[in-house]
Design a protein around this ligand. Structure first.
Ligand code: ARG
Ligand code: ZN
Length: 870
């Protein structure tokens, strides 16, 4: 089954209201649904059968306007129900049963640690009851939940309007959501939950009740999410003029969850790992992740819920836009440059790899077999970059005019990416015709930049050629509209004025395959600082010399490009080392790189978090993405060598910096403190690479004295990766004993081990899977053990005997029987086999083939595997 975007048809029938009634029981939940149905006037004539989606449902009865419909007038389909229709408007009542307890796919209604919860996006509602499960059918929902006493908290979307008891003592609660919404935004939760409560007064003075629900043991871990929520609500008012629209906003933490979180109207459901945090148990990174995800889901209330998607091909309409919104929120709350660096690093490794692989697809795909497979880095992160480019082209004010028009014009509608771009155009009187190609063309564009200086006339010309490699189904690529933010540096490192207003930064609008931009009146050949702030998701080739990169690292006024110059320098050095390794030559690290890192380390003016970023070598995954052919052994050898050389050469400076940043301030996850911890722990990681006993003592001391999880986890990782076996083992044991009762910390503990090049061997990972805390049915556990091994333990996963690949294939097949969505995602590292050197690539392909040959696999997994083998 392949679904095509071009086949879109308006829905035949609309659902004006949806009344749902649940009688919860683990093995046999009764669902009664009453739908007020009406023929869609925009769909055409006649009265075709009403076709509803439904999967794994036990149908009990169908009634229309109060009368049972005989079985001769409806047909059960493999994935739905077709009902004969006699009038253009009617009340349809369907009764069916489902088994939440047996639902391990974590789509639809399921149980997590005894709590009932739902996940309906994208097509999970059809696992609850028969329904036109598509985002352009929007309906007003009323939900009644009947549950035994063990489930005192019963939640659904909107406002609670009624509460009573049945004769046998069960509780009955009814919720009403006044906003029409697609079924994918439906949510229900029932459990024995505690909550914290706060309130927020909107700009127009309405008071909103805020509640965060969790199991009792986690009630102390909700405060950070609550603070983040209030910041997000204020930020959306200030930056987008968007207010919250219901009287109550609820968040629930759930341990079993396929993704990060879900923006259900008024009732967001979160993966516990993305919402729960306390200073003792959560790292700085998770504090920041939580802030951004809480923001992300909250922002969806406008970009996603009030204005939703017409069909799932438009997914990036809400996800790309909302990721852009949450990234800007995080940048405003923390260090802007560091946030940008983190996002771009991820994009460059994982999204670029996706764009170069067998699953490459445009931001607005043309077809899919299984929509769950399209919750990708391309839809989310590249989609966010596309929105960011519009922001760059229009400026903050123009962009705000465009978003105001978009929300005003389409409030309450299900719309397309095209509608978004048109609102931006109409509000600003600009033409984005060529820009639209970003939505339809897959692949990562490349800019080849060359320059020339004519000393006589003082003219500097910059020539930019754009190209884009072919992707599956798209051989030919057309030129895109690419905003290239840039500046020119003089030989003192100062920015040159680029126009009459003395602006030192300019956005070049590249629209043709080749274009030359001229700058007049220059005294000497300047040095270009290109693609500042990473103004477009492209690769830039410009032949910088080592000296020029060192110069940009020191002098560029754009912090992102300072970091990027350092990355380019490290890249070149690591390339050289890989070549030397392959040729069997002695490895030697460029002394310039060591000097550059030394002066970065000494720089106290720069944001310390930026210093930490600048000291980090490009990851093995980044090097792999960059390679023509991935030679895993050479990458590991080069990177390990460089890291050790740097550590040895800068030992004294690293130790001084480490000492300087030690502090006994009480923990607070503010930007300045996070920056200091980040740099301190970067130093610790380098120092432990030396494996010198005296330096490892620092890690041991930090491990035993740390008063927060950031420091504790950093020390644990240092010891796990570099301390003698007995010390590493006892640190891991101590840590586990101390934290075994804390789910999130145990997941971290799994990850430290399975991600360790030294301890995370295949045998060790298999052993972790036997650990009592491991659970194949819990995606977080799967990700922290198997996912971390396959995605972040580059050395062990790529062992030359191919055992890492075979292991992953075996786990994917086992998991597919329980949770196809997670299985299809987990298989990703095997799909890149074509990029590897021959022998390793063949082993990877064989592992992938073994998945295909394993018997019946899910549609999710089939799509990824078949496309990758093709
Ligand atoms: N809309 C959610 C978010 O990004 C993600 C939902 C994921 N669902 C799925 N089936 N993959 O905030
Ligand atoms: Zn989202």
């Amino acid at each position: 089954r392949t679904v095509y975007r071009k086949d879109y048809h308006a829905p035949e029938y609309l659902v004006d209201s949806t009344r749902l009634h649940f009688e919860l029981q683990p093995k046999s939940t009764l669902v009664k649904s009453c739908l007020q149905i009406r023929r869609n006037p925009d769909a055409g004539g006649g009265l075709p059968p009403l076709v509803l989606d439904g999967i794994e449902l036990e149908l009990l009865s169908v009634s229309i306007d109060g009368a049972l419909v005989p079985a001769s007038r409806y047909r059960e389909l493999p994935e739905g129900l077709s009902i004969d229709v006699e009038k253009p408007e009617f009340l349809l009542e369907i009764h069916n049963r489902i088994s939440p307890e047996d639902n391990t796919s974590l789509e639809g209604l399921y149980l997590s640690n005894g709590m009932y919860c739902t996940q309906c996006e994208a097509e999970g509602f059809r696992k609850i009851t028969y329904y036109p499960d598509r985002p352009d059918v929007m309906s007003k929902f009323t939900t009644t939940i009947v549950a035994p006493r063990q489930y005192p908290v019963l939640l659904a979307n909107g406002n609670e309007i009624e509460r009573s008891h049945t004769e046998d003592g069960r509780q009955v609660v009814t919720w009403e959501d006044p906003f029409a919404k697609p079924a994918y935004l439906f949510a229900l939760v029932a459990g024995e939950l505690q909550h914290i409560e706060d309130s927020f007064t909107t700009a127009s003075g309405r008071e909103v009740k805020l509640q965060i629900f969790t199991e009792a043991k986690n009630i102390g871990k909700c405060d950070h999410a609550m603070r983040s929520l209030k910041k997000a609500m204020r930020w959306d008012e200030e930056v987008y003029g968007r207010e919250y629209d219901l009287d109550i906003f609820m968040v629930v933490a759930v341990d079993h969850f396929n993704m990060g979180a879900m923006e259900n109207k008024g009732l967001n459901i979160f993966n516990s790992a993305c919402v729960l945090a306390s200073p003792k148990t959560a790292t700085d990174r998770s504090f920041q992740t939580i802030e951004s995800i809480v923001g992300h889901e909250y922002f969806h209330n406008w970009s996603g819920n009030r204005v939703t998607c017409r069909d799932w091909f438009q997914l990036s309409l809400k996800e790309g836009f909302t990721v852009f919104r949450d990234a800007e929120f995080s940048a405003d709350m923390n260090s802007r440059a560091v946030k940008r660096i983190e996002d771009v690093s991820m994009l460059r490794t994982a999204q670029f790899a996706e764009d170069a692989g067998p699953m490459a697809h445009p931001v607005r795909p043309d077809s899919y077999m299984e929509i769950s497979n399209f919750y990708t880095l391309t839809i989310y992160e590249k989609g966010a970059e596309v929105v960011r480019m519009i922001h760059t082209l229009l400026g903050a004010e123009g962009f705000r005019k465009g978003s105001d028009l978009y929300f005003e014009r389409h409030d309450g509608q299900a719309v397309t990416c095209e509608d978004f771009v048109r609102a931006m155009e109409d509000a600003n009187g600009v033409d984005l015709t060529r820009f639209r190609r970003w939505y339809s063309q897959a692949g990562t564009p490349v800019l080849d930049v060359s320059d020339e200086f004519d000393a006589r006339s003082g003219t500097y010309s910059l020539t930019i050629r754009q190209s884009c490699p072919p992707t599956p189904g798209q051989e030919e690529k057309l030129p895109l509209h690419i905003p290239v933010a840039m500046g020119l540096l003089d030989s003192d490192g100062n920015d040159l004025p680029l126009d009459d207003d003395d602006n030192t930064q300019k956005v070049l609008e590249v629209t043709e395959a080749e274009q030359t931009f001229r700058f007049e009146g220059l005294k000497e050949k300047p040095l270009p600082s290109l693609l500042r702030g990473f103004s477009a998701p492209v690769k830039v080739h410009y032949d910088y010399s080592t000296e020029q990169l060192l110069f940009l690292m020191r002098s560029d006024s754009d912090e992102f490009n300072r970091w990027d110059a350092g990355q380019r320098l490290a890249f070149a050095a690591l390339e050289q080392l890989q070549q030397d390794f392959r040729a069997g030559r002695t490895l030697e690290l460029q002394p310039e790189l060591v000097d550059a890192y030394r002066s970065v380390l000494a720089n106290r003016e720069l944001d310390q978090a930026l210093v930490a970023e600048m000291l980090a070598l490009p990851s093995a995954q980044t090097l792999a993405e960059h390679a023509q052919k991935i030679d895993a052994e050479a990458i590991v050898a080069a990177r390990d060598f460089a890291r050790r050389e740097l550590a040895l050469a800068l030992k004294d400076e690293l130790r001084d910096c480490y000492r300087r940043l030690q502090s006994d301030k009480p923990y607070d996850p503010n930007a300045a403190d996070i920056a200091e911890r980040s740099l301190k722990n970067t130093c610790l990681a380098y120092l432990s690479v030396t494996e010198e006993p005296e330096l490892l003592t620092l890690a041991e001391e930090q491990f035993s004295e740390a008063a927060n999880m950031t420091d504790s986890a950093a020390a644990l990782a240092a010891l796990t990766n570099h301390a003698p076996d007995d010390i590493a083992t006892s640190a891991l044991e101590n840590f586990y004993r101390r934290w075994e009762g804390d789910t999130q910390v145990v997941e971290l503990w799994f990850g430290v081990q399975s991600g360790s090049a030294r301890r995370g061997t295949l045998d060790a990972v298999r052993e972790l899977m036997q650990h009592p805390a491991f659970e194949l049915k819990n995606p977080n556990k799967v990700r922290s053990v198997i996912g971390v091994f396959a995605n972040r333990n580059f050395a062990q996963f790529h062992r030359t005997d191919g055992s890492g690949f075979a292991f992953l294939a075996e786990q994917v097949v086992a998991l597919d029987k329980l949770n196809p969505q997670v299985a299809a995602r987990l298989v990703t590292p095997l799909t890149r086999w074509k990029k590897y050197t021959e022998e390793l690539g063949e082993k990877m392909r064989a592992a992938l083939q073994s998945v295909m040959d394993s018997g019946k696999i899910s549609r999710d997994l089939y799509e990824v595997v078949s496309k990758s083998l093709a």
